[in-house]
Write a protein that binds this ligand. Structure first.
Ligand code: GLN
Length: 222
């Protein structure tokens, strides 16, 4: 995989040279800003599909759960009968990345949800943690494992990761120590929205996880 930086902007992308396995990334498209994730993946040259049906899960090597409204997404997960199949695949190692509301859907514990979420990742999140007066803010973050300039992070009525289990690797915090990005094996959670800033380094990270999953799946099909 070759990651290049465009000279005139901070946009980064991944080019495939044809010899590498191309993973397919699914984006849960029930509600929220799934179109922006699809667009970012297309810019990276990675096959991306909208996921709305359980049968589509068989086609993908990673899943993004976008930002939006976590109460709506969890309700639709049940209506579309996606909660259990996604949970099972996550337990079997499918890379899953939740951004903002998606992180809430992925967490083992979340405040103020009126129905079950996926409860996959060993983090506790507080919804709307940053208060009404600062519903949205932006911050440049240092992210573990992501080289180059700081990551410009956009927070929109964002959750805070209040607790991370022993197996969870903290990737980024705010200055006061609040965790805003974390990884546990092939599960990723960000409180912010990398799909809105034109910086595809987080997407490239997910693509790497998807490549590994894709390779292992081709060796021993599930
Ligand atoms: N506040 C929303 C929630 O609790 C998340 C906002 C977002 O995804 N930008 O679901």
């Amino acid at each position: 995989m070759v990651i290049t930086t465009a000279p005139s902007s901070r946009t980064q992308w991944v080019r495939y040279d044809g010899r590498m396995a191309k993973p397919t990334i699914g984006v849960l498209a029930l509600q929220g800003d799934f179109a922006e994730h699809i667009e970012m993946l297309r810019q990276l040259g990675v096959p991306a599909v909208e996921v709305r049906l359980p049968s589509q899960l068989a086609l993908i090597d990673a899943l993004i759960i976008p930002g939006g409204e976590s109460t709506t997404i969890t309700r639709l997960l049940d209506i579309y009968e996606l909660r259990e199949p996604i949970r099972r695949l996550g337990q079997q190692g499918l890379p899953i990345w939740g951004t903002c509301a998606g992180a809430i859907v992925l967490a083992k514990e979340a405040t103020d949800l009126d129905r079950p979420n996926l409860a996959l990742m060993d983090i506790s999140v507080r919804r709307n943690a940053f208060g009404r007066q600062v519903d949205s803010f932006e911050e440049d973050l240092r992210v573990a494992g992501i080289d180059g300039p700081p990551f410009h992070a956009v927070f929109i009525r964002a959750p805070a990761i209040e607790h991370a289990g022993a197996a969870v690797h903290v990737l980024a915090t705010l200055e006061d120590g609040t965790i805003v990005a974390a990884q546990e094996g092939s599960l990723l959670a960000t409180s912010f929205h990398p799909e809105l800033t034109g910086d595809s380094r987080f997407h490239a990270l997910l693509v790497e996880l998807a490549e590994t999953y894709h390779r292992e799946r081709s060796v021993s099909p599930k």
